[in-house]
Design a protein around this ligand. Structure first.
Ligand SMILES: Nc1ncnc2c1ncn2[C@@H]1O[C@H](COP(=O)(O)OP(=O)(O)OP(=O)(O)O)[C@@H](O)[C@H]1O
Length: 342
C-alpha cells in the first residue's frame, strides 16, 4: 500500500453517476451505498478483475484471509475540502495501517486523488479507502431493528461481542506507544451473524485514534484537549476527563474503557447509559456523565444479571486514575463468560 496522492495511481471514473472506481491498479464496480458519515460515503463495491491487471487485489494483499471470495468490499469515499481535512484522512490511513487484529477492521488499500471543484462541488481531493465488507451492519443498526422487535441479545452473546471488542482494544492499548481509539460506540462496531456461533464483532473507524498518553500541564492544554474531543469523540460515549479536563492531568487509554462501559450497556439496552439526559427537560448529558449518573431499566426483572450492571458501573468510574485497564476488564469478562455462558 502506498499513498498515491501525487501520482496517477488512482483513476476516478465518476462514482457519483454509479460508475466504476479505480483504487491504484484495481477497478471496482459501485453496487450500492451502504452508509454515510460527515463527509464520507460508504459503498458496496465488487472488484472487476481484468486480464491486464496484475492479478487484482488478491495478489496485492499480504494477508490472504482478507481476500473476499465473491470480490465484494466496502469502499469509503471521503470528500476533502481543505488541508486540515486532508491531514485528518492521511492520519486515518496511517493509523488504520498500524494494526493487524481479527477484531479491528483492516484497511486493504487506499488512494487520494486531486479533483477540480465545480460550480456544484466544493471539495478539491477525494480519498478512497477499501475495507472488507460486513453486510449485517453495525451494532447501532442491529439495536434499532431489535428495539422495534423488542428483542435482546442473549446473555452469552452480550459477553462474546463485548469480549471481542476488548481483544481489539487490547491490541491498540498494547501498541508501542499505546493508542486510544477515542470513538468506541455501537455505530463503530460491525457485526456479522454466524450460524451456531456468537456474532463476530469488529471495531472500525480509526479516524479519531491517536497515541493515548498525554500530560496536561496547564489550562490552555486542557481546553485544547476538550475542543479536540468535542470534534472527535461522540458525546454520549465520551469520558468525563474529555468533557472537563483538569489543568494538571495524565490522560491515558482508559478514556476508551469509559466508552467500553457505555458500549456494554448499549449492547444490552440499545443506547448509551447517559442518553436519557438528552430527553429530559433541563437535562444535561455532560452533567450526567461527569457524575456517572446511569439510568438502569426500570422494572422488577431486568433482562440481564445484576453482575452485568456492576461490570458497567466498574468501567464508568469518573476518576480516570481509578478506572480499570483493558487487562483488568478482560480478566473480569472471562470470569463472567465462564459463569454465564454454557
Ligand atoms: N466495512 C463495512 N462494511 C459494511 N458497512 C460499512 C463498512 N464500513 C462502514 N459501513 C457503513 O457505513 C457507515 C459509515 O461509515 P463510517 O463510520 O466509517 O463513516 P464516518 O464518516 O467515519 O462516520 P461517522 O461520522 O459516523 O464517524 C457505517 O455506519 C456503516 O453502516
Amino acid at each position: 500500500m502506498g499513498c498515491s496522492f501525487s501520482g496517477l495511481n488512482a483513476l476516478y471514473d465518476s462514482v457519483n453517476s454509479g460508475g466504476d472506481a479505480w483504487i491504484n491498479e484495481n477497478r471496482f464496480r459501485i453496487v450500492r451505498q451502504l452508509g454515510e458519515g460527515g463527509f464520507a460515503y460508504v459503498y458496496l463495491v465488487k472488484e472487476l478483475i481484468n486480464d491486464s491487471a496484475a492479478g487484482g487485489l488478491a495478489k496485492k494483499l499480504k494477508d490472504s484471509s482478507h481476500v473476499s471470495e465473491d470480490g465484494t468490499y466496502a469502499m469509503k469515499k471521503v470528500l476533502i475540502q481543505n488541508n486540515e481535512q486532508l491531514e485528518l484522512v492521511r492520519e486515518e490511513i496511517r493509523v488504520s495501517s498500524l494494526f493487524n487484529h481479527p477484531n479491528l477492521l483492516p484497511l486493504l488499500d487506499h488512494a487520494i486523488i486531486s479533483v477540480k471543484p465545480t460550480q456544484e462541488t466544493s471539495w478539491n481531493h477525494e480519498a478512497y479507502l477499501l475495507f472488507p465488507v460486513h453486510m449485517d451492519g453495525t451494532l447501532l443498526d442491529n439495536a434499532k431493528v431489535m428495539k422495534t422487535k423488542k428483542e435482546f441479545y442473549s446473555t452469552s452473546d452480550v459477553l462474546q461481542i463485548f469480549r471481542q471488542l476488548c481483544a481489539g482494544l487490547k491490541h491498540m492499548h498494547s501498541f508501542d506507544p499505546p493508542y486510544a481509539h477515542n470513538d468506541v460506540k455501537p455505530g463503530n462496531v460491525l457485526i456479522t451473524h454466524r450460524k451456531g456461533q456468537p456474532p463476530l464483532a469488529i471495531l472500525m473507524d480509526f479516524g479519531s485514534a491517536r497515541p493515548a498518553r498525554k500530560q496536561i500541564t496547564n489550562r490552555s492544554e486542557a481546553l485544547q484537549l476538550q475542543e479536540w474531543a468535542a470534534e472527535h469523540c461522540s458525546a454520549p460515549f465520551r469520558a468525563p476527563e474529555l468533557w472537563d479536563c483538569p489543568s494538571q492531568a495524565a490522560i491515558d487509554e482508559r478514556t476508551d474503557v469509559w466508552s467500553l462501559g457505555c458500549t456494554l450497556y448499549a449492547i444490552m439496552y440499545g443506547v448509551s447509559p447517559f442518553e436519557y439526559a438528552l430527553g429530559e427537560s433541563g437535562g444535561s448529558l455532560q452533567l450526567a456523565i461527569v457524575n456517572a449518573q446511569v439510568k438502569w431499566p426500570a422494572g422488577p426483572k431486568p433482562p440481564y444479571p445484576e453482575a452485568f450492571h456492576q461490570f458497567v458501573s466498574w468501567m464508568l468510574q469518573p476518576q480516570a486514575a481509578m478506572r480499570p485497564r483493558i487487562d483488568d476488564i478482560i480478566i473480569h469478562v472471562d470470569k463472567l463468560i465462564a459463569k454465564f455462558s454454557q
